[in-house]
Design a binder for this molecule. Structure first.
Ligand code: DUR
Ligand code: ZN
Length: 127
């Protein structure tokens, strides 16, 4: 797996962020076991609670195309330090991509953290 390339794609997806309210742009790129990639960006709404994060957009795109075997998820935001996913995305990652390598990046891939859903959400809720 080319982690650098996956980060690059997350950084690129950030450009499509629709974030007129927060100004906080995020991009994501999911990689599945057959090599397919799905990008995502955050999409905000005037009714703030309807906002969807970049991570969930990318994960939902993969699932909606029948690709569930997610091996990696790169996330990048337009900030100096690697982005930290919100609690909702951690919960979704735990269920939809439990074994994925999660790569968190800053705006240009110069600072990166490697983690996973289990580490991001210890004792996460399960049914
Ligand atoms: O990991 C994160 C953190 C935040 N956001 C989005 C949600 C909202 O549009 C904006 C500010 O919270 O950033 C993401 O997409 N992913
Ligand atoms: Zn989120």
């Amino acid at each position: 797996m080319d982690e650098k390339l996956l980060i690059k794609k997350a950084v690129k997806a950030m450009e499509n962020a629709y974030a007129p309210y927060s100004g906080f742009k995020v991009g994501a790129c999911v990689l599945t076991s057959d090599g397919t990639e799905f990008t995502g960006c955050n999409i905000e709404n005037a009714s703030f609670g309807l906002t969807v994060c970049a991570e969930r957009v990318a994960l939902f795109k993969a699932y909606s195309e029948g690709k569930r075997d997610i091996i990696a998820l790169a996330v990048a935001a337009d900030v100096d330090e690697p982005v930290s996913p919100c609690g909702a995305c951690r919960q979704v990652m735990m269920e939809l991509s439990p074994d994925a390598l999660v790569i968190l990046s800053n705006r240009d891939g110069s600072k990166v953290m490697r983690t996973g859903p289990g580490e991001l959400l210890p004792y996460g809720f399960k049914l």
